[in-house]
Write a protein that binds this ligand. Structure first.
Ligand SMILES: CC(C)(COP(=O)(O)OP(=O)(O)OC[C@H]1O[C@@H](n2cnc3c(N)ncnc32)[C@H](O)[C@@H]1OP(=O)(O)O)[C@@H](O)C(=O)NCCC(=O)NCCS
Length: 285
């Protein structure tokens, strides 16, 4: 029997989230970044990207979930918040069928462009996306560095609430990766982070065990190259040091000269690069 007949592509039944999480354990067991999902992790992630359980599409074989795609629809654009097929079912066109179903569903909801990110070096996924017509748009970096007891970061930034930095986030993140520029991600980080602001910029930080995270640092476009970013970074590294973090992780910052110089200044080392790919799915095609 052909694989198209025995593997069906259907919407996720909201009662089957545990089956999806189980499949993810298998899908991501050999992933480039070690990653273990749980029901809570997945639901938090979904909320942080503004996704919906009933937009998820799964591949099923004899009632077991063996693949999924998570299209997050936002107005006239959609973002792929995860795609995977369990190893024993790869190379049979299931990844392609899942993506095509996601594209079709998105198109019917008025989506004109689909955006996704793929880790540089994930050749199976990159080839699939390229074959489906996605083209490279830009790159993002993730990096790791150290917390440090900096002095001289200027005036201490003010501790603020997430509502206070919504505008500066919107203006400073308009040219950043899909996830970071969305208000839902900011709000979700706001639940767990300390937030500080200065005139023209803000930073969010969080310690988890010995690792410090800087999920957001933004400076208004018209206030750049004045040392605000450097000063906020010094403050954040100092604050995380005070909080007891050693290693610092920064995810998906733009791969541009200004950001690279900033990372170099604080001895951050790039850990992974992500490639943003886009495809137009406007109905006129
Ligand atoms: C990326 C991933 C989803 C691809 O899933 P898949 O089901 O293997 O994808 P497809 O089968 O559609 O395509 C894979 C290969 O099978 C080939 N293929 C497609 N249809 C086929 C068919 N009917 N019969 C046999 N082979 C087929 C494709 O040509 C492709 O070959 P290539 O890699 O040499 O170019 C899968 O490798 C995976 O889950 N990886 C781990 C998670 C991951 O990296 N997710 C993406 C994050 S951005």
């Amino acid at each position: 029997m052909k694989v198209e007949e025995v593997v069906e592509i259907v919407r996720l039944d909201p009662n089957e989230v545990d089956g999806l999480v189980e499949a993810q354990a298998d899908i991501f067991a050999d992933y480039i970044i070690p990653f273990r999902s749980s029901r809570k992790f997945f639901m938090d992630f979904l909320r942080s990207v503004g996704g919906r359980i009933d937009d998820i599409i799964v591949a099923k074989h004899q009632d077991a979930i063996i693949g999924y795609v998570n299209p997050v629809i936002d107005g006239n654009e959609a973002w792929i918040g995860g795609l995977g097929v369990v190893p024993s079912f790869r190379g049979q066109g299931i990844g392609r069928r899942l993506m095509e179903a996601a594209e079709e569903g998105a198109r019917l909801r008025g989506v004109e462009e689909i955006i996704l990110e793929v880790i540089e070096g994930n050749s199976a996924a990159s080839r699939l996306y390229a074959r489906l017509g996605y083209t490279e748009a830009r790159k993002y970096l993730s990096a790791e560095g150290k917390a440090a007891g900096f002095a001289g970061f200027g005036n201490r930034p003010n501790r603020v609430r997430v509502e206070d930095i919504v505008e500066v986030h919107r203006a400073s993140y308009s040219e950043s990766c899909w996830q970071r520029r969305k208000a839902a991600a900011l709000e979700e980080s706001g639940r767990t982070c300390e937030i500080y602001s200065v005139d023209g910029g803000f930073v969010m930080l969080r310690r988890v065990e010995t690792t410090g995270f800087i999920p957001f640092i933004g400076v208004l476009p018209q206030r750049r190259s004045l040392g605000i970013g450097t000063s906020l970074t010094k403050f954040a590294l100092n604050r995380l040091w005070e909080l007891g973090a050693f290693n610092i992780a920064i995810y998906n910052v733009n791969d541009d000269l200004a950001t690279r110089r900033m990372l170099d200044k604080f001895d951050f080392a790039v850990t992974i690069k992500q490639v943003e790919m886009r495809k137009s799915v406007a109905t006129s095609r």
